[in-house]
Design a binder for this molecule. Sequence first.
Ligand SMILES: Nc1ncnc2c1ncn2[C@@H]1O[C@H](COP(=O)(O)OP(=O)(O)OP(=O)(O)O)[C@@H](O)[C@H]1O
Ligand SMILES: [Mg+2]
Length: 504
Amino acid sequence: MEKPNSSPSRLVSFEKVNKSFGATNALIDCSVSFEVGKIHALVGENGAGKSTLGKLILGVHKHDSGAIKVDDSEVYLSSPRDSVKLGLVGISQELSLLPDRSVVDNIAIGRETTIGPFVSSKQTLEKVLAVMKKYDLYIDPTSLVGSLSVADQQKVEILRALNTNARLIVFDEPTARLASHQAEQLHTLVRSLADSGTVVIYISHFLEEVLKISDTISLLRNGKKVRTGPTSNETKKSLIEGMTGSDAGNLFPKKPKITANSEVILKVKGLSRINEFKDISFELKKGEILGIAGLVGSGRSELAHAIYGNRVPDSGSIELYGKEFIVKDVAHSIKNGMAMVPESRRDQGLILERSLLENTSLPYLKKFTSWLYGLNKSEEYNEVDASCLTTMIKHSGLEKEVQYLSGGNQQKVLFARAAMGKPRLLLADEPTRGVDIGAKKVIYELISQLSKVGEAVIIISSEVEEIIGVAHRTLVMSRGKIVAELSGDEITKTAIMEAAFKEG
Ligand SMILES: Nc1ncnc2c1ncn2[C@@H]1O[C@H](COP(=O)(O)OP(=O)(O)OP(=O)(O)O)[C@@H](O)[C@H]1O
Ligand SMILES: [Mg+2]
Protein backbone atom coordinates (compact mmCIF):
# COMPACT_ATOMS: atom_id res chain seq x y z
CA MET A 1 0.00 0.00 0.00
CA GLU A 2 1.36 3.39 -0.87
CA LYS A 3 1.77 5.75 2.06
CA PRO A 4 0.51 9.28 1.63
CA ASN A 5 3.32 11.87 1.39
CA SER A 6 5.90 9.18 0.93
CA SER A 7 8.79 10.40 -1.11
CA PRO A 8 11.46 7.94 -2.14
CA SER A 9 14.10 10.64 -2.36
CA ARG A 10 13.71 11.74 1.24
CA LEU A 11 16.12 9.88 3.49
CA VAL A 12 15.75 11.71 6.80
CA SER A 13 13.04 14.06 7.92
CA PHE A 14 12.31 16.02 11.07
CA GLU A 15 8.76 16.83 12.08
CA LYS A 16 8.39 19.49 14.76
CA VAL A 17 11.49 18.30 16.56
CA ASN A 18 12.44 19.95 19.85
CA LYS A 19 15.64 19.68 21.82
CA SER A 20 16.62 21.63 24.89
CA PHE A 21 19.57 21.55 27.25
CA GLY A 22 18.35 22.76 30.63
CA ALA A 23 16.94 26.21 29.99
CA THR A 24 18.48 26.47 26.50
CA ASN A 25 16.13 25.65 23.64
CA ALA A 26 18.67 24.51 21.09
CA LEU A 27 16.09 23.40 18.50
CA ILE A 28 12.46 24.48 18.43
CA ASP A 29 9.67 22.85 16.39
CA CYS A 30 12.07 22.07 13.60
CA SER A 31 10.69 20.49 10.43
CA VAL A 32 13.07 19.80 7.60
CA SER A 33 13.94 16.95 5.26
CA PHE A 34 17.16 15.79 3.66
CA GLU A 35 17.05 14.36 0.18
CA VAL A 36 19.12 11.71 -1.52
CA GLY A 37 21.88 13.02 -3.75
CA LYS A 38 21.67 16.55 -2.40
CA ILE A 39 24.14 18.71 -0.52
CA HIS A 40 22.02 20.41 2.12
CA ALA A 41 23.79 23.25 3.93
CA LEU A 42 22.90 24.52 7.40
CA VAL A 43 23.76 28.12 8.16
CA GLY A 44 23.14 30.31 11.18
CA GLU A 45 24.91 32.25 13.89
CA ASN A 46 26.93 30.64 16.67
CA GLY A 47 24.54 28.77 18.93
CA ALA A 48 21.73 28.73 16.33
CA GLY A 49 21.36 24.95 16.65
CA LYS A 50 23.22 23.61 13.60
CA SER A 51 25.46 21.09 15.38
CA THR A 52 22.53 20.06 17.59
CA LEU A 53 20.49 19.19 14.51
CA GLY A 54 23.39 17.14 13.18
CA LYS A 55 23.94 15.40 16.51
CA LEU A 56 20.27 14.37 16.71
CA ILE A 57 20.69 12.58 13.38
CA LEU A 58 23.93 11.00 14.57
CA GLY A 59 22.39 9.69 17.78
CA VAL A 60 24.66 11.83 19.97
CA HIS A 61 21.64 13.57 21.51
CA LYS A 62 18.07 12.36 21.84
CA HIS A 63 15.21 14.65 20.81
CA ASP A 64 12.65 15.71 23.43
CA SER A 65 9.57 15.70 21.21
CA GLY A 66 8.47 15.60 17.59
CA ALA A 67 9.44 12.87 15.16
CA ILE A 68 12.59 11.90 13.31
CA LYS A 69 11.97 9.66 10.32
CA VAL A 70 14.35 7.61 8.24
CA ASP A 71 12.97 6.21 4.99
CA ASP A 72 9.62 7.60 6.16
CA SER A 73 9.48 5.46 9.30
CA GLU A 74 9.86 6.98 12.72
CA VAL A 75 13.12 6.12 14.48
CA TYR A 76 14.48 6.53 17.99
CA LEU A 77 18.20 7.11 17.80
CA SER A 78 19.59 6.70 21.27
CA SER A 79 23.25 6.20 20.47
CA PRO A 80 25.68 6.77 17.60
CA ARG A 81 25.58 2.99 17.10
CA ASP A 82 21.87 3.19 16.21
CA SER A 83 22.63 5.86 13.64
CA VAL A 84 25.60 4.05 12.11
CA LYS A 85 23.38 0.99 11.62
CA LEU A 86 21.07 3.14 9.52
CA GLY A 87 23.99 4.57 7.57
CA LEU A 88 23.98 7.98 9.27
CA VAL A 89 27.49 9.14 10.12
CA GLY A 90 29.35 12.37 10.82
CA ILE A 91 32.66 14.12 10.30
CA SER A 92 32.95 16.08 13.50
CA GLN A 93 33.80 19.72 14.18
CA GLU A 94 36.73 18.39 16.21
CA LEU A 95 38.30 15.26 14.74
CA SER A 96 37.87 12.09 16.76
CA LEU A 97 40.66 9.78 15.64
CA LEU A 98 43.12 7.62 17.56
CA PRO A 99 46.43 9.41 16.89
CA ASP A 100 48.73 6.54 17.85
CA ARG A 101 47.03 3.98 15.63
CA SER A 102 47.52 3.44 11.91
CA VAL A 103 45.37 4.80 9.11
CA VAL A 104 43.93 1.38 8.37
CA ASP A 105 43.08 0.77 12.05
CA ASN A 106 41.29 4.08 12.26
CA ILE A 107 39.30 3.50 9.10
CA ALA A 108 38.35 -0.07 9.90
CA ILE A 109 37.73 0.32 13.60
CA GLY A 110 34.78 -1.83 14.63
CA ARG A 111 34.41 -3.18 11.09
CA GLU A 112 37.45 -5.41 10.78
CA THR A 113 37.01 -8.48 8.64
CA THR A 114 37.07 -11.56 10.84
CA ILE A 115 37.80 -15.17 10.20
CA GLY A 116 36.15 -17.04 13.03
CA PRO A 117 37.18 -15.18 16.18
CA PHE A 118 40.27 -13.65 14.54
CA VAL A 119 40.64 -10.35 12.82
CA SER A 120 42.10 -10.81 9.37
CA SER A 121 44.42 -7.89 8.91
CA LYS A 122 45.10 -8.77 5.29
CA GLN A 123 41.44 -8.76 4.35
CA THR A 124 40.78 -5.66 6.41
CA LEU A 125 43.57 -3.89 4.56
CA GLU A 126 42.24 -5.05 1.19
CA LYS A 127 38.80 -3.75 2.04
CA VAL A 128 40.19 -0.39 3.09
CA LEU A 129 42.26 -0.16 -0.08
CA ALA A 130 39.15 -0.90 -2.13
CA VAL A 131 37.28 1.97 -0.48
CA MET A 132 40.26 4.28 -1.11
CA LYS A 133 40.27 3.28 -4.74
CA LYS A 134 36.55 3.66 -5.20
CA TYR A 135 36.62 7.26 -3.97
CA ASP A 136 40.07 8.08 -5.32
CA LEU A 137 41.29 9.02 -1.85
CA TYR A 138 44.66 7.49 -1.06
CA ILE A 139 46.55 7.77 2.21
CA ASP A 140 49.33 5.37 3.19
CA PRO A 141 47.40 2.83 5.29
CA THR A 142 50.38 2.12 7.55
CA SER A 143 51.04 5.73 8.61
CA LEU A 144 50.27 6.75 12.15
CA VAL A 145 47.29 9.08 12.17
CA GLY A 146 48.96 11.46 14.62
CA SER A 147 51.72 12.15 12.10
CA LEU A 148 49.32 13.24 9.33
CA SER A 149 48.33 16.78 8.42
CA VAL A 150 44.88 17.99 9.48
CA ALA A 151 43.63 17.61 5.90
CA ASP A 152 44.78 13.99 5.72
CA GLN A 153 43.34 13.24 9.15
CA GLN A 154 40.05 14.54 7.89
CA LYS A 155 40.31 12.26 4.87
CA VAL A 156 40.78 9.35 7.27
CA GLU A 157 37.54 10.34 9.01
CA ILE A 158 35.78 10.52 5.68
CA LEU A 159 37.16 7.14 4.64
CA ARG A 160 35.96 5.70 7.92
CA ALA A 161 32.48 7.00 7.16
CA LEU A 162 32.59 5.60 3.63
CA ASN A 163 33.76 2.24 4.96
CA THR A 164 30.52 1.97 6.93
CA ASN A 165 28.49 2.34 3.71
CA ALA A 166 27.20 5.69 4.84
CA ARG A 167 23.95 6.90 3.28
CA LEU A 168 24.11 10.28 4.97
CA ILE A 169 27.19 12.18 6.15
CA VAL A 170 27.08 15.25 8.35
CA PHE A 171 30.08 17.53 7.77
CA ASP A 172 30.31 19.97 10.68
CA GLU A 173 32.57 22.87 9.63
CA PRO A 174 34.90 20.60 7.67
CA THR A 175 36.92 23.38 6.06
CA ALA A 176 37.50 25.49 9.17
CA ARG A 177 40.94 23.95 9.60
CA LEU A 178 41.92 23.52 5.96
CA ALA A 179 44.00 25.63 3.60
CA SER A 180 42.15 26.85 0.52
CA HIS A 181 43.46 24.24 -1.93
CA GLN A 182 42.61 21.49 0.55
CA ALA A 183 39.13 22.95 0.92
CA GLU A 184 38.67 22.77 -2.83
CA GLN A 185 39.64 19.11 -2.88
CA LEU A 186 37.08 18.49 -0.19
CA HIS A 187 34.39 20.28 -2.22
CA THR A 188 35.07 18.01 -5.17
CA LEU A 189 34.86 14.96 -2.94
CA VAL A 190 31.64 16.09 -1.30
CA ARG A 191 30.08 16.70 -4.71
CA SER A 192 31.04 13.25 -5.93
CA LEU A 193 29.56 11.72 -2.77
CA ALA A 194 26.27 13.48 -3.42
CA ASP A 195 26.34 12.46 -7.09
CA SER A 196 26.71 8.85 -6.06
CA GLY A 197 23.54 9.14 -3.96
CA THR A 198 24.76 10.09 -0.49
CA VAL A 199 22.91 12.73 1.47
CA VAL A 200 25.34 15.42 2.57
CA ILE A 201 24.55 17.80 5.41
CA TYR A 202 27.09 20.59 5.27
CA ILE A 203 27.53 23.02 8.16
CA SER A 204 29.73 26.05 7.49
CA HIS A 205 30.24 29.69 8.33
CA PHE A 206 31.87 30.35 4.97
CA LEU A 207 28.91 31.68 3.07
CA GLU A 208 30.68 31.79 -0.31
CA GLU A 209 31.54 28.14 0.12
CA VAL A 210 27.96 27.25 1.00
CA LEU A 211 26.62 29.16 -2.00
CA LYS A 212 29.12 27.47 -4.27
CA ILE A 213 28.68 23.85 -3.31
CA SER A 214 25.22 23.27 -1.85
CA ASP A 215 21.92 22.45 -3.57
CA THR A 216 19.67 23.40 -0.68
CA ILE A 217 20.15 25.76 2.26
CA SER A 218 18.35 25.77 5.59
CA LEU A 219 18.75 28.85 7.69
CA LEU A 220 18.57 28.58 11.48
CA ARG A 221 18.19 31.38 13.97
CA ASN A 222 18.00 30.96 17.76
CA GLY A 223 16.98 27.32 17.47
CA LYS A 224 14.28 27.96 14.87
CA LYS A 225 14.36 27.16 11.22
CA VAL A 226 13.81 30.39 9.32
CA ARG A 227 13.55 28.84 5.85
CA THR A 228 14.70 26.04 3.56
CA GLY A 229 15.12 26.60 -0.15
CA PRO A 230 17.21 26.05 -3.23
CA THR A 231 20.67 27.61 -3.04
CA SER A 232 20.01 29.47 -6.28
CA ASN A 233 17.44 31.57 -4.40
CA GLU A 234 20.02 32.87 -1.93
CA THR A 235 22.84 35.39 -2.00
CA LYS A 236 25.44 36.24 0.60
CA LYS A 237 23.35 39.25 1.52
CA SER A 238 20.09 37.29 1.85
CA LEU A 239 21.80 34.73 4.05
CA ILE A 240 23.31 37.33 6.36
CA GLU A 241 19.97 39.08 6.66
CA GLY A 242 18.24 35.78 7.38
CA MET A 243 20.81 34.77 9.99
CA THR A 244 21.05 38.02 11.88
CA GLY A 245 17.77 39.71 11.08
CA SER A 246 19.66 42.67 9.68
CA ASP A 247 22.17 43.70 7.09
CA ALA A 248 25.66 43.22 8.54
CA GLY A 249 26.82 46.43 6.87
CA ASN A 250 30.53 46.76 6.42
CA LEU A 251 32.25 43.82 8.04
CA PHE A 252 35.58 45.57 8.51
CA PRO A 253 36.02 48.82 10.45
CA LYS A 254 38.09 51.58 8.91
CA LYS A 255 41.77 50.89 9.43
CA PRO A 256 43.16 53.24 12.08
CA LYS A 257 45.87 55.61 10.86
CA ILE A 258 49.44 54.97 11.88
CA THR A 259 52.24 57.44 11.58
CA ALA A 260 55.52 56.57 9.91
CA ASN A 261 57.59 57.62 12.91
CA SER A 262 55.61 55.71 15.54
CA GLU A 263 57.59 53.89 18.18
CA VAL A 264 58.68 50.34 17.32
CA ILE A 265 56.97 47.92 19.72
CA LEU A 266 58.46 44.67 18.51
CA LYS A 267 61.64 44.04 16.58
CA VAL A 268 62.39 40.47 15.54
CA LYS A 269 65.83 39.76 14.11
CA GLY A 270 66.96 36.53 12.47
CA LEU A 271 64.65 34.37 14.56
CA SER A 272 64.94 30.65 13.82
CA ARG A 273 63.78 27.36 15.20
CA ILE A 274 64.85 24.16 13.61
CA ASN A 275 62.29 22.58 11.25
CA GLU A 276 59.81 25.36 12.00
CA PHE A 277 60.93 28.78 10.75
CA LYS A 278 64.14 30.36 9.60
CA ASP A 279 65.75 33.77 9.73
CA ILE A 280 62.59 35.74 10.43
CA SER A 281 63.05 39.51 10.74
CA PHE A 282 60.38 42.19 10.96
CA GLU A 283 59.28 45.22 12.94
CA LEU A 284 55.95 46.14 14.37
CA LYS A 285 55.04 49.73 15.16
CA LYS A 286 52.79 51.13 17.81
CA GLY A 287 49.18 50.98 16.63
CA GLU A 288 49.98 48.70 13.74
CA ILE A 289 48.02 45.61 12.72
CA LEU A 290 50.35 43.16 11.02
CA GLY A 291 48.90 40.23 9.09
CA ILE A 292 50.74 36.96 8.64
CA ALA A 293 49.42 34.94 5.72
CA GLY A 294 50.59 31.68 4.25
CA LEU A 295 49.45 28.10 3.96
CA VAL A 296 48.68 25.97 6.99
CA GLY A 297 52.04 24.50 8.01
CA SER A 298 54.12 27.39 6.68
CA GLY A 299 55.46 28.15 10.15
CA ARG A 300 53.13 31.03 11.03
CA SER A 301 51.76 29.58 14.25
CA GLU A 302 55.14 28.23 15.32
CA LEU A 303 56.60 31.73 14.98
CA ALA A 304 53.83 33.24 17.11
CA HIS A 305 54.30 30.57 19.77
CA ALA A 306 58.03 31.26 19.86
CA ILE A 307 57.38 34.96 20.54
CA TYR A 308 54.72 34.17 23.13
CA GLY A 309 56.92 31.69 24.98
CA ASN A 310 55.10 28.44 24.37
CA ARG A 311 58.43 27.40 22.92
CA VAL A 312 61.83 29.08 22.76
CA PRO A 313 63.59 30.16 19.55
CA ASP A 314 66.95 28.52 18.75
CA SER A 315 68.61 31.70 17.55
CA GLY A 316 67.96 35.31 16.69
CA SER A 317 66.80 38.13 18.93
CA ILE A 318 63.71 40.02 19.97
CA GLU A 319 63.36 43.60 21.17
CA LEU A 320 60.22 44.62 22.95
CA TYR A 321 59.51 48.35 23.50
CA GLY A 322 63.15 49.08 22.64
CA LYS A 323 64.64 46.61 25.12
CA GLU A 324 66.05 43.16 24.59
CA PHE A 325 63.44 40.51 25.36
CA ILE A 326 64.49 36.96 26.15
CA VAL A 327 61.70 34.48 25.53
CA LYS A 328 61.27 32.35 28.65
CA ASP A 329 57.75 31.13 29.08
CA VAL A 330 54.16 32.27 28.73
CA ALA A 331 53.96 33.80 32.20
CA HIS A 332 56.99 35.96 31.39
CA SER A 333 55.46 37.11 28.11
CA ILE A 334 52.13 37.93 29.75
CA LYS A 335 54.00 39.93 32.38
CA ASN A 336 55.57 41.87 29.54
CA GLY A 337 52.21 42.81 28.08
CA MET A 338 51.54 40.08 25.55
CA ALA A 339 48.39 38.06 25.03
CA MET A 340 47.68 35.31 22.58
CA VAL A 341 44.57 33.86 20.97
CA PRO A 342 45.80 30.36 20.09
CA GLU A 343 44.78 28.49 16.98
CA SER A 344 43.42 25.36 18.55
CA ARG A 345 40.77 25.90 21.16
CA ARG A 346 40.92 22.29 22.32
CA ASP A 347 44.65 21.56 22.48
CA GLN A 348 46.07 24.95 23.34
CA GLY A 349 43.26 27.02 24.62
CA LEU A 350 40.46 25.84 26.79
CA ILE A 351 39.95 23.46 29.68
CA LEU A 352 36.60 22.13 28.58
CA GLU A 353 35.45 20.78 31.90
CA ARG A 354 36.12 24.07 33.68
CA SER A 355 33.77 27.02 33.85
CA LEU A 356 33.58 29.96 31.53
CA LEU A 357 34.69 32.15 34.45
CA GLU A 358 37.81 30.10 35.15
CA ASN A 359 38.73 29.74 31.51
CA THR A 360 38.58 33.46 30.93
CA SER A 361 40.35 34.68 34.04
CA LEU A 362 42.89 31.89 34.54
CA PRO A 363 46.04 33.63 33.23
CA TYR A 364 45.14 36.86 35.07
CA LEU A 365 44.21 35.61 38.54
CA LYS A 366 47.11 37.55 40.03
CA LYS A 367 45.43 40.72 38.96
CA PHE A 368 42.44 39.97 41.19
CA THR A 369 44.46 38.72 44.13
CA SER A 370 46.01 40.70 46.95
CA TRP A 371 48.17 39.22 49.72
CA LEU A 372 45.86 40.60 52.32
CA TYR A 373 42.41 39.72 50.99
CA GLY A 374 43.13 36.82 48.61
CA LEU A 375 41.11 36.50 45.44
CA ASN A 376 38.57 39.25 44.91
CA LYS A 377 35.81 37.12 43.42
CA SER A 378 33.35 39.86 42.63
CA GLU A 379 35.97 41.87 40.77
CA GLU A 380 36.97 38.78 38.83
CA TYR A 381 33.33 38.00 38.03
CA ASN A 382 32.58 41.53 36.86
CA GLU A 383 35.58 41.77 34.56
CA VAL A 384 34.92 38.37 33.01
CA ASP A 385 31.26 39.25 32.61
CA ALA A 386 32.17 42.49 30.84
CA SER A 387 34.66 40.76 28.58
CA CYS A 388 32.13 38.05 27.61
CA LEU A 389 29.58 40.73 26.91
CA THR A 390 31.84 42.71 24.57
CA THR A 391 32.79 39.56 22.68
CA MET A 392 29.10 38.53 22.43
CA ILE A 393 29.46 35.08 23.97
CA LYS A 394 26.11 33.31 24.07
CA HIS A 395 26.13 31.43 27.39
CA SER A 396 23.78 30.45 30.17
CA GLY A 397 25.97 31.39 33.14
CA LEU A 398 29.63 32.15 33.81
CA GLU A 399 29.82 29.14 36.13
CA LYS A 400 28.81 26.70 33.35
CA GLU A 401 31.48 24.46 31.81
CA VAL A 402 32.77 25.65 28.43
CA GLN A 403 32.17 22.23 26.87
CA TYR A 404 28.48 23.14 26.72
CA LEU A 405 29.06 26.21 24.60
CA SER A 406 28.63 25.94 20.84
CA GLY A 407 31.86 25.72 18.81
CA GLY A 408 31.93 29.36 17.79
CA ASN A 409 31.19 30.55 21.30
CA GLN A 410 34.12 28.51 22.61
CA GLN A 411 36.29 30.35 20.09
CA LYS A 412 35.05 33.69 21.41
CA VAL A 413 36.15 32.72 24.94
CA LEU A 414 39.76 32.74 23.74
CA PHE A 415 39.34 36.26 22.47
CA ALA A 416 37.51 37.39 25.62
CA ARG A 417 40.42 36.07 27.67
CA ALA A 418 43.08 37.77 25.58
CA ALA A 419 41.17 41.06 25.57
CA MET A 420 40.78 40.92 29.35
CA GLY A 421 44.55 41.01 29.77
CA LYS A 422 44.56 44.47 28.10
CA PRO A 423 47.66 43.46 26.14
CA ARG A 424 50.12 45.86 24.56
CA LEU A 425 50.93 43.22 21.99
CA LEU A 426 48.21 40.83 20.87
CA LEU A 427 49.06 37.71 18.88
CA ALA A 428 45.87 36.36 17.32
CA ASP A 429 46.12 33.04 15.48
CA GLU A 430 43.02 32.35 13.36
CA PRO A 431 40.90 34.40 15.79
CA THR A 432 37.62 34.06 13.89
CA ARG A 433 37.71 30.39 12.99
CA GLY A 434 34.20 28.99 13.27
CA VAL A 435 32.84 32.33 14.41
CA ASP A 436 29.66 33.71 12.83
CA ILE A 437 29.59 36.88 10.83
CA GLY A 438 28.15 39.11 13.58
CA ALA A 439 30.81 38.06 16.05
CA LYS A 440 33.52 38.36 13.40
CA LYS A 441 32.57 41.97 13.04
CA VAL A 442 32.92 42.44 16.80
CA ILE A 443 36.36 40.79 16.83
CA TYR A 444 37.57 43.01 13.96
CA GLU A 445 36.23 46.02 15.83
CA LEU A 446 38.10 44.95 18.99
CA ILE A 447 41.32 44.46 17.05
CA SER A 448 40.92 47.87 15.50
CA GLN A 449 40.19 49.48 18.88
CA LEU A 450 43.25 47.87 20.45
CA SER A 451 45.41 49.32 17.70
CA LYS A 452 43.77 52.74 18.06
CA VAL A 453 44.82 53.02 21.68
CA GLY A 454 48.35 52.25 20.60
CA GLU A 455 48.57 48.51 21.03
CA ALA A 456 50.11 46.42 18.29
CA VAL A 457 48.40 43.37 16.85
CA ILE A 458 49.68 40.41 14.88
CA ILE A 459 46.92 38.51 13.15
CA ILE A 460 47.57 35.14 11.54
CA SER A 461 44.85 34.05 9.20
CA SER A 462 44.09 31.65 6.38
CA GLU A 463 41.19 33.82 5.31
CA VAL A 464 42.69 36.19 2.80
CA GLU A 465 39.70 38.56 2.99
CA GLU A 466 40.27 38.93 6.70
CA ILE A 467 43.92 39.89 6.23
CA ILE A 468 43.00 42.34 3.49
CA GLY A 469 40.21 43.78 5.64
CA VAL A 470 42.15 44.41 8.85
CA ALA A 471 45.92 44.49 8.33
CA HIS A 472 48.02 47.59 7.60
CA ARG A 473 50.84 45.39 6.40
CA THR A 474 51.18 41.68 5.69
CA LEU A 475 53.98 39.17 5.74
CA VAL A 476 53.51 36.03 3.70
CA MET A 477 55.25 32.89 4.93
CA SER A 478 56.09 29.76 3.01
CA ARG A 479 58.08 26.81 4.32
CA GLY A 480 59.23 28.65 7.39
CA LYS A 481 60.43 31.79 5.67
CA ILE A 482 59.04 35.21 4.90
CA VAL A 483 58.58 35.26 1.14
CA ALA A 484 56.77 38.58 0.72
CA GLU A 485 55.91 41.76 2.53
CA LEU A 486 52.89 43.69 1.30
CA SER A 487 51.47 46.94 2.55
CA GLY A 488 48.41 49.09 1.90
CA ASP A 489 46.92 48.47 -1.55
CA GLU A 490 49.50 45.81 -2.35
CA ILE A 491 47.64 43.43 -0.02
CA THR A 492 45.48 41.63 -2.57
CA LYS A 493 44.23 38.08 -2.85
CA THR A 494 46.39 37.38 -5.89
CA ALA A 495 49.55 38.78 -4.32
CA ILE A 496 49.04 36.76 -1.13
CA MET A 497 48.22 33.51 -2.90
CA GLU A 498 51.08 33.81 -5.38
CA ALA A 499 53.56 34.34 -2.58
CA ALA A 500 52.06 31.63 -0.37
CA PHE A 501 52.56 29.01 -3.06
CA LYS A 502 56.12 30.09 -3.74
CA GLU A 503 58.78 27.69 -2.55
CA GLY A 504 60.47 29.28 0.45
N1 LIG B 1 25.63 19.44 25.48
C1 LIG B 1 25.11 20.66 25.69
N2 LIG B 1 24.75 21.08 26.93
C2 LIG B 1 24.21 22.30 27.13
N3 LIG B 1 23.97 23.20 26.15
C3 LIG B 1 24.29 22.84 24.90
C4 LIG B 1 24.87 21.56 24.59
N4 LIG B 1 25.08 21.50 23.25
C5 LIG B 1 24.65 22.67 22.75
N5 LIG B 1 24.16 23.48 23.72
C6 LIG B 1 23.57 24.83 23.54
O1 LIG B 1 22.62 24.74 22.49
C7 LIG B 1 22.69 25.88 21.65
C8 LIG B 1 22.92 25.44 20.21
O2 LIG B 1 24.23 24.92 20.11
P1 LIG B 1 24.84 24.33 18.77
O3 LIG B 1 26.12 23.69 19.15
O4 LIG B 1 23.82 23.51 18.08
O5 LIG B 1 25.10 25.66 17.94
P2 LIG B 1 25.75 25.85 16.48
O6 LIG B 1 24.70 26.43 15.61
O7 LIG B 1 26.39 24.59 16.04
O8 LIG B 1 26.84 26.98 16.76
P3 LIG B 1 28.37 27.16 16.23
O9 LIG B 1 28.28 27.86 14.93
O10 LIG B 1 28.96 28.06 17.25
O11 LIG B 1 29.03 25.83 16.18
C9 LIG B 1 23.79 26.76 22.20
O12 LIG B 1 23.19 27.75 23.01
C10 LIG B 1 24.62 25.82 23.05
O13 LIG B 1 25.23 26.49 24.12
MG1 LIG C 1 28.42 23.98 15.82
